[in-house]
Ligand binder design. Structure first.
Ligand code: FAD
Length: 513
């Protein structure tokens, strides 16, 4: 039964742009067993983490089961204009989880308290599409000593939200994105059908939904692969002044069998700026980056390779030290610029939660976040560094500038996510701006314009790149984004959501396209 519906509709509302009225929707909504919370527009669902867009849904529905979700989708299908957006934790930055004058499904209410059913024999867990990854982690580790294999850096995201994109972090080079680490999904399609799918059952739906930007179905349950969780992690950062050394070492780590359990990296400013510069590297307040170690010939930015090694409480300390030294011994980082800490595995995976607390306290968590995420081919990353990191972004972006390699062969091309195809290795580049609101920081417009300039530079220089967590407002943009996979995307849409009810905030299709 639907937990309740929060309704913002005024009977007299008419969309000024389309002339659509909601008069036909009200009686349908009244058919639900629901509790009307409010007829005022007053919900957190009108905005997202990006903080740049606002939209006004007709109602927020809190479904309890997949059947509730199906009823909502079927309700929308009875009208010519109503859309339905699954909202995970609303951590998109461009309104992707919004439905202007549509219905928003608050996925976190699904299967509440959160469904997490672990099967220790098959090393899999059934989890609700609205579950937060941090809850999945803590349940699996505390209850069973097990954990999913592939993560995002931040775990305050929902299972359905990241599976609709890809879900990448420092384990992706080993296991592929999160979309490669699920074996079965329960999905409510745009036709209002509840289907179970996997690589062998309803496989076209399975591949469509993974990385499908919410276009083909609402994920109500996922079966996630698990592995034994280590007790501890040695978390290490080493610094490079030369980008070629950095990329050579990062690429060697992600392509050799004998390696770390996690490999990431980031660019930082060669200066004492507390947010963008040297102080952003040490892992502990007792550690300091000694700038006299950096060659005087170093450029305006430096590079930090971030790695982690798993181990267990019973592993002798000398064995851990030996292994770390062996793996680091092959690398060419700046001597003396090595920082490390040991921490519990769960603490390591929840590290961004601590950064969240800090950002909430200083006001940058609630400020707008015009983030840009790209996948850039290895063939173009040196050129990208010269034009972008060393030039346009040489003063930083007010937050992490991630750059780390991923392997194309770990991404199933049958899934909907698109990645650069000209090389086996491509880089995730993430510009995670955490700026104080204007006038203390850049204005949102300036940051958005800088993002646009970076995309223009990639295009004009013929780089092989894709937007990750893409956002385009023209169908031309989407067509180019999907490239030779566009026809397949259209066919999938026609099959699973033919009247374009789902995920209108992605702005790929409109009702009855
Ligand atoms: P929402 O923003 O609520 O939704 C995203 C899209 O998915 C929308 O179109 C929505 O309609 C659709 N959707 C939501 N739930 C479902 C469902 N159950 N079924 C079908 N469609 C659904 N990404 C990474 O890959 N790696 C990272 O390390 C990473 N770190 C991040 C850190 C922060 C602080 C933030 C804000 C984002 C980060 N992201 C990262 C991006 C994140 O993966 C995406 O923004 C993701 O979509 C957010 O999940 P959500 O649950 O908030 O989804």
């Amino acid at each position: 039964m639907i937990a309740y519906i929060e309704r913002f509709l005024h009977e007299s509302d008419v969309d000024p742009t389309t002339g659509d009225s909601n008069d036909d929707v009200l009686p349908l909504l009244n058919g639900f067993d629901c509790h009307v919370i409010s007829t005022e527009f007053s919900s957190s669902t009108d905005r997202d983490f990006g903080g740049m867009q606002r939209s006004k849904p007709i109602a927020v529905v809190k479904p309890s089961t997949a059947d509730d979700v199906a009823r909502v989708v079927r309700l929308a299908s009875q009208t010519p204009h109503l859309t339905v957006a699954a909202r995970g934790n609303g951590h998109s930055v461009n309104g992707q989880a919004m439905a202007h004058r549509g219905l928003v499904l608050d996925m976190k209410s699904l299967d509440f308290p959160t469904l997490i059913h672990v099967d220790v024999d098959s090393l899999q867990a059934d989890v609700s599409g609205g579950a937060l990854w941090e809850d999945v982690l803590l349940n699996c580790v505390r209850g069973y000593g097990l954990a999913p294999r592939s993560w995002t850096d931040y775990l305050g995201l929902t299972v359905g939200g990241t599976l609709s994109n890809a879900g990448v972090s420092g384990q992706t080079f080993l296991y592929g994105p999160q979309t490669e680490n699920v074996t079965e999904l329960e999905v409510v399609t745009g036709n209002g059908d509840v289907s179970v799918c996997s690589k062998s059952q309803n496989s076209e739906l399975f591949f469509s939904v993974l990385g499908g930007l919410g276009q083909f179905g609402v994920i109500t349950r996922a079966r996630v692969l698990l592995q034994p969780a280590p007790h501890m992690v040695r978390w290490i950062r080493v610094v490079y002044s030369d980008f070629s050394d950095f990329t050579r070492d990062s690429e060697a780590l992600v392509t050799t069998g004998d390696t770390f359990d996690y490999v990431e990296g980031f660019v930082f400013v060669n200066g004492d700026d507390p947010v963008n510069g040297w102080p952003s590297v040490p892992l502990d307040p007792d550690q300091v980056l000694d700038p006299t170690r950096i060659q005087s010939s170093a450029g305006p930015v430096l590079y930090c390779l971030e790695v982690a090694l798993h181990y267990n409480n019973e592993d002798p300390t000398f064995a851990v030290e030996e292994r770390v030294d062996k793996l680091l011994g092959r690398l060419r980082f700046v001597e003396g610029l090595r920082f490390e800490v040991d921490m519990a595995y769960t603490e390591f995976l929840l590290r961004v939660k601590r950064a969240e607390q800090h950002a909430r306290a200083n006001g940058t968590w609630d400020a707008p976040h015009p983030w840009l995420n790209l996948f850039v081919s290895k063939n173009d990353i040196i050129h990208f560094d010269r034009l972008v990191f060393k030039n346009i972004l040489r003063r930083g972006v007010g937050g992490p500038m991630l750059v780390y390699p991923l392997l194309r062969s770990k991404w199933d091309s049958r899934n909907s996510t698109v990645v650069p195809e000209s090389s086996e290795i491509f880089y995730l580049v993430a510009l995670l701006r955490f700026c104080l609101p204007y006038p203390k920081g850049l204005s949102v417009e300036e940051m958005v314009m800088q993002n646009q300039e970076l995309v223009r530079i990639c295009t004009e220089n013929g780089f092989d790149f894709k937007l990750y967590l893409p956002h385009y407002s023209s169908s031309e943009g989407w067509k180019k984004h999907f490239g030779n996979k566009w026809t397949r995307f259209l066919e999938r849409k026609a099959r699973f959501d033919p009247t374009a009810i789902l995920a209108p905030g992605q702005e790929i299709f409109s009702r009855n396209w």
